[in-house]
Design a protein around this ligand. Structure first.
Ligand SMILES: Nc1ncnc2c1ncn2[C@@H]1O[C@H](COP(=O)(O)OP(=O)(O)OP(=O)(O)O)[C@@H](O)[C@H]1O
Length: 463
């Protein structure tokens, strides 16, 4: 039998101290390491022999823009699309790293790095990279490995997500699920839990946007009797309730900054102290978090702690919006229609080909949740079991008169409503930042952050 080859990692950095220390760390961890000073050498090494992972810096000359790094990444991806690349970035240059991830990097880490965290990231990235000889992904092969019930779809982007779940569900690695509202993040969190060794214990779901700062500690950590006026008995917090199971932190981007450090401490130490207790308790958790915001951009804007971000995102799953997996729409529509019909005792529902065409061509800003609502409304309004395109158009026309439509927010996500309101304020107050902030009920700083997030900053003026 052929002896197993050590996995080879290519380090691309012009700083020899970084090369030496990374190579040493990797070798001590059982990998084979090779070094390159810059793009030319790196591409040469890739052509010379097999490499399983690249760790690459973003600047190789006096430039500091990171463009050289993005350029090298693009060339590596062109040469070997399946080869995973981890970007090394300087502390505070997260927006550059996000551009890299959007351009195909597997993930990124900052210099200086934490040795144990970096090796965990390297291993997780290698585990997830499909070997060149892997058989084609199919829904059937994935269903044979895991229980994905309730998750409908077979678009390659969804299959990739399911494959990642199959690879990481068994571990304790924290997973961050990113995706627009209504793309199925909660469903994915459920699947991770259901397919983990923790499945017999509960998954505890908490909406971080709904916990006020004053209640954070008592909600999460619990309290003992007498800890404060209303604490008449001991109360278990969410962390204790999720012990042995999974803690699902939904809307993690909404967590207040002051509470972020409290959560970070629990994740770091695996210990927490109920309010009023004299001793700390042990936490036994697997953390899955989700957000419809670009968390790395919140870090860049100073709204989310970078250290907490790195604790949460060891594995990142990006759920595609429905418009990027249109081929799944007929499948989803039939599934949802059958469910709705079942719920209302309507018998079997048939969706005509022109209805499926129409559904497949809508923009669906509210994703699968909006698709469900549209189907439900059309079914109930049409009052029959055979639905054509005309029934959907009629249901939509009725909807134009609905209160949601008058508000101009029907079918829009919260993000889109926010953007729409800012655009209106921009127009109304001709870009005067103080008057806009007043009209929107925001501080000027908060408004600036939102303008930046929506890419609307260029039209504003100070006075
Ligand atoms: N692949 C899928 N197959 C079937 N149903 C789905 C799928 N994805 C999502 N859904 C359904 O769409 C609805 C929205 O999903 P979910 O609540 O998980 O979205 P979300 O991304 O968590 O949304 P939000 O960010 O608004 O909380 C749910 O009713 C869910 O069951």
């Amino acid at each position: 039998m052929e002896p197993t080859r050590k996995r080879r990692i290519l380090i691309v950095d012009d700083d020899s101290a970084v090369q030496v220390s990374l190579a040493l760390l990797l070798k001590q961890s059982g990998f084979d390491a090779a070094c390159a000073d810059g793009p030319q050498q790196a591409l040469g090494q890739l052509q010379a022999g097999p490499v399983d992972l690249v760790l690459q810096d973003m600047n190789f000359s006096l430039q500091t823009s990171g463009e050289e790094g993005l350029d090298l990444l693009a060339r590596i991806k062109q040469l070997q699309p399946a080869l995973p690349v981890l970007l090394m970035t300087a502390w505070g240059s997260i927006s550059l790293a996000v551009r890299g991830v959007k351009a195909g990097a597997a993930n990124f880490f900052t210099k200086p790095w934490d040795n144990a965290q970096l090796i965990a990231l390297v291993e997780a990235t290698l585990d997830m990279a499909a070997p060149a000889t892997a058989p084609k992904l199919t829904r059937r092969s994935l269903d044979a490995q895991c229980d994905f019930s309730g998750i409908v779809g077979e678009h390659p982007k969804l299959l990739k997500v399911l494959e990642t779940i199959a690879q990481v569900a068994r571990t304790r690695a924290p997973v961050l699920i990113l995706g627009e509202s209504g793309t199925g993040k909660e469903l994915i969190a459920d699947a991770i839990h259901r397919n983990s060794p923790r499945a017999a214990q509960p998954i505890v779901k908490i909406n971080m946007g709904a916990i006020t700062s004053s209640l954070f500690e008592s909600e999460m950590f619990g309290h003992v009797r007498g800890a404060f006026t209303d604490a008449r008995s001991d109360r278990k917090g969410h962390i204790a309730a999720a012990s042995g199971g999974t803690l699902f932190l939904d809307e993690i981007g909404e967590l207040q900054r002051g509470d972020q450090v409290k959560l970070l401490r629990v994740l770091q130490d695996q210990r927490y102290q109920p309010v009023g207790a004299s001793t700390a308790s042990q936490a036994d958790l697997r953390v899955v978090s989700a957000t419809n915001r670009e968390l790395a951009e919140l870090v860049a804007a100073g709204d989310f702690r970078e250290d907490l971000f790195y604790r949460l995102n060891l594995i990142t799953i990006r759920l595609p919006p429905l418009r990027e997996r249109r081929s799944d729409i007929p499948l989803l529509a039939r599934h949802v229609a059958a469910r709705v019909a079942d719920g209302y005792g309507l018998g079997e529902v048939v969706l005509a080909p022109d209805a499926l065409d129409w559904l497949s061509n809508q923009p669906w800003p509210g994703n699968i949740r909006q698709l469900k609502q549209t189907l439900e409304r059309a079914l109930l309004l049409a009052g029959k079991q055979h639905l054509g395109q005309a029934d959907f158009l009629a249901a939509n026309a009725v909807d134009q008169g609905a209160p949601g439509a008058r508000l101009g927010v029907d079918g829009m996500t919260l993000e889109q409503v926010e953007r729409h309101m800012i655009e209106q304020a921009l127009q109304q107050h001709t870009g005067n930042i103080s008057r806009m902030a007043k009209a929107l009920g925001l501080s000027r700083t908060a408004l600036y952050r939102r303008l930046e997030r929506h890419g609307l900053g260029s039209g504003v003026r100070e006075e």
